[in-house]
Ligand binder design. Structure first.
Ligand code: AMP
Ligand code: TRP
Length: 345
């Protein structure tokens, strides 16, 4: 989208990200988001939100939504996010998100939203039947980020366009209201081999909660046998692994599995191929499955333990909500003033 001049924003660095409580988490969420959250919590102030307002843009069973929200919070903690350092909270607990989203709905342009590819994918053939909320979803996402003046947002590659839109909205707000540097132009943190984890059944489709085939993804709740079976059955081609990254070109499934090995072991794909180039999938797949089980088993175990104690999760969420509100309230108050709302409101 638009290239913006360097931001005159001078506030402190701050991280914001969110995951929807709309179904079980998978390896793509873990590598694309959670692993980065853990690394960032020691570097900057971090807010990790469970975005239930976003989740209801598609139908969610009201009887299940709160449990799903607790489950995402449990996954954050199980993956290694420390609730004493990072702020973990549900979006619905901080009403300021919806308040700012309305203001930003009036800043964002229809033409910008018309270009959002995720809306096109999610609304499918019957766009007129999608909720209006699904259409303005990226504006709510911009509100999440700007409500805290977040400067950095760790996400998977599929969120790139939404973060460009966030920058466009921030720049237009600052410009239209004559408030240069009021909102930062947020930087996405997307890089690394885990940023785009593909389906195990089709190397050209993204691993996703909504794929009807459970064989296409590794769920954070899968046990060792399930993981080993899914990796064994993962689609591949007959050739052995290449010696260099260039050799992965036009081999999307091989590329994905090498990328997974790299992300799970904290190496580059080039490094993995230096040691594994020439190996066939008969040998590579079991090594990958072992590494995956080794990495995910403690996370899964922690998650089960936490889910058995919902009161503890609720304490974490209540404390996080209070800390989030303390940052959000003054920023929203200032924004409302800039917009010119009646000062008594
Ligand atoms: P969602 O489940 O859509 O709320 O996504 C939560 C986070 O996981 C976001 O940062 C996404 O970009 C990331 N994510 C989702 N699917 C993938 C994937 N297949 N590969 C990498 N990151 C992903
Ligand atoms: N749209 C994101 C996703 O589906 C979730 C999200 C909502 C988010 N608000 C956010 C991510 C703010 C980063 C920052 O993955």
């Amino acid at each position: 989208m638009t290239d913006h001049p360097p931001s005159p924003y001078a506030g402190p660095p701050r991280v914001f990200s969110g995951v929807q409580p709309s179904g079980a988490l998978h390896l793509g969420n873990y590598l694309g988001a959670l692993v980065k959250f853990v690394a960032l919590q020691d570097q900057m102030e971090c807010l990790f939100c469970v975005v239930d307002l976003h989740a209801i843009t598609a139908w969610q069973d009201p009887a299940a939504l709160a449990a799903q929200t607790r489950e995402i919070a449990a996954a954050y903690v199980a993956a290694g996010v420390d609730p004493k350092k990072a702020i973990i909270f549900p979006q619905s607990a901080v009403r300021e998100h919806a308040d700012l989203a309305w203001i930003l709905n009036c800043v964002a342009r229809l033409g910008w939203l018309d270009r959002m590819t995720q809306f096109k994918e999610k609304s499918g053939k019957h766009k007129e039947r999608a909720s209006v909320g699904l259409y303005t979803y990226p504006v709510l996402q911009a509100a999440d980020i700007l409500l805290y003046k977040a400067t950095h947002v760790p996400v998977g590659e599929d969120q790139k366009q939404h973060l460009e839109l966030t920058r466009d909205i921030a720049a237009k707000f600052n410009h239209d209201f004559g408030a240069p540097g009021f909102f930062p132009l947020t930087e996405p943190l997307i890089e690394g081999p885990g940023a785009r984890v593909m389906s195990l059944r089709d190397g050209l489709a993204k691993m996703s909660k909504s794929d009807p085939s459970d064989q296409s993804r590794i769920n954070l709740t899968d046990d060792a046998d399930a993981i080993a079976g899914k990796i064994r059955r993962a689609k591949t081609d007959p050739a052995p692994l290449p010696e260099t990254v260039e050799g992965l070109k036009d081999r999307p499934e091989a590329d994905n599995l090498v990328g997974l090995f790299a992300a799970l072991s904290g190496q580059t794909k080039a490094r993995v191929l230096e040691t594994r180039g020439g190996q066939g999938f008969g040998a590579f797949k079991p090594a990958l499955a072992d590494l995956m089980v080794e990495t995910l088993a403690p996370v899964t175990q922690n998650m089960r333990r936490l889910m058995a104690d919902p009161a503890e999760i609720d304490r974490i969420l209540a404390d996080g909500s209070e800390r989030a509100r303390a940052i959000a309230a003054p920023i929203l108050a200032e924004t409302r003033k800039i917009v010119g709302y009646w000062p008594g409101s």
